[in-house]
Design a protein around this ligand. Structure first.
Ligand code: NAD
Ligand code: ZN
Length: 351
């Protein structure tokens, strides 16, 4: 079969590989729609997880089941399914602790385009199919369904980890697709005021659609000053980081109130340390929590998030700015994600 792969650091291209084989609990799926991710860009062009050779990229998509293993109970060939970016080992102790993302090792639930071939292929393999796939409701198109793999669950994980409460004032730093879903998740959880930190007009327009009440442009000067001017007093209740770099944490500490929560969902592709300012952190006693999380995968999460789209509480269509028809456009779509033209939020390829 054909696949679009990371050939090595800074190199991508088409490869020919053997078709994957399903174990008793697994499934083989062919993609119906796929979307490239900024994480693929960190992986190939920043070498953030080290070198990989001929590793098929992609972890966001909807597919049709082609084959299931003998112990798979709930899926059959022909089913249309949402594939989560993170496909944990559900029997692992870490999963029983509630951290399935780290089943059998830190970040090990993240398999596609990391430790095994991803979705940008004619066929791909899904481990523990009953635990990791979700049926695509007929009300949701495969294109829209791709946003349930990673963008919706990651943004909403950011809002969940920030423990957003009714009336909260939240700053979301970075409003690419992940940050936009953090805005939407914060809005659904009841935040009163959402300050979206970004610069591109398209992203700003869509941030307002998802519930941003204030826009802070980081290209107009220090966001700490701008946010302090806007909210005054002690600062914001919560910060969700979905863009920037290791230095963004310093800004986050400076804008948050005592007892606030900083929730990172950004993939830190470069830099060695995160600096936490001593005074801003209340001399170490400010009760400011910092948490960073990989999105949870698995069937239940996908099924519940899909309900939000099915019943009209969440519309992901504004994220889909660039549409391609045909598997051969995979490369073009991935390179768009790398070059980030000003009007891009997410490209999607219908296969
Ligand atoms: P993106 O690049 O489209 O969006 C990030 C945005 O942040 C961009 O618009 C960029 O202009 C902006 N930005 C850059 N520097 C900034 C700064 N100093 N202050 C404010 N904004 C700044 O990326 P995305 O697709 O939205 O993904 C965001 C991050 O989430 C990526 O690092 C991605 O790899 C990561 N990610 C994490 C998970 C997870 O499970 N935690 C899952 C998927 C993606
Ligand atoms: Zn991703």
């Amino acid at each position: 079969m054909k696949g679009f792969a990371m050939l090595g650091l800074n190199k991508v291209g088409w490869v020919e590989k053997e078709c994957p084989v399903a174990g008793p609990l697994d499934a083989i799926v062919r993609p119906l729609a796929i979307s490239p991710c900024t994480s693929d860009i960190h992986t190939v062009w920043e070498g953030a997880i080290g070198d990989r050779h001929n590793l098929i990229l992609g972890h966001e998509g909807v597919g049709e089941v082609v084959e299931v293993g003998s112990l798979v109970k709930d899926f059959k060939p022909g089913d249309k399914v949402i594939i989560p970016a993170i496909t944990p080992d559900w029997q692992a102790v870490a999963s029983q602790r509630g951290f399935s993302q780290h089943s059998n090792g830190m970040l090990n639930g993240w398999k596609f385009s990391n430790s095994k071939d991803g979705l940008m292929a004619e066929f791909f393999h899904v481990n523990e199919a009953d635990g990791n796939m979700a049926l695509l409701p007929k009300e949701i198109s495969p294109e829209e369904g791709t946003m349930l793999s990673d963008m919706v669950p990651t943004g909403f994980h950011g809002a969940n980890n920030a423990e957003i409460e009714y009336g909260d004032t939240v700053a979301v730093i970075g409003i690419g697709p992940v940050g936009l879903m953090a805005v939407a998740g914060s809005n659904l959880r009841g935040a009163a005021r959402i300050l979206a930190v970004g610069s591109r007009p398209k992203c700003i327009e869509v941030a307002k659609f998802y519930g941003a009440t204030d826009i802070v442009n980081y290209k107009d000067g220090d966001i700490v000053e701008q946010i302090k001017d806007l909210v005054g007093g002690e600062g914001v209740d919560k910060v969700i980081i979905a863009g920037g770099n290791v230095d963004t944490f310093e800004q986050a500490i400076k804008i948050i109130r005592p007892g606030g929560i900083i929730s990172n969902i950004n993939y830190l592709g470069t830099g060695d340390y995160i600096k936490i300012p001593r005074v801003g952190w209340g001399l170490g006693m400010g009760h400011i929590r910092v948490i960073g999380g990989l999105m949870p995968g698995g069937r239940k999460n996908m099924e519940y998030l899909a309900r939000l789209i099915k019943y009209g509480k969440l519309d992901v269509k504004p994220l889909l700015t660039h549409r391609f028809k045909g598997f051969e456009h995979t490369e073009e779509a991935l390179l768009l994600m790398k070059d980030k033209p000003r009007d891009l939020i997410k490209p999607v390829v219908t296969v």
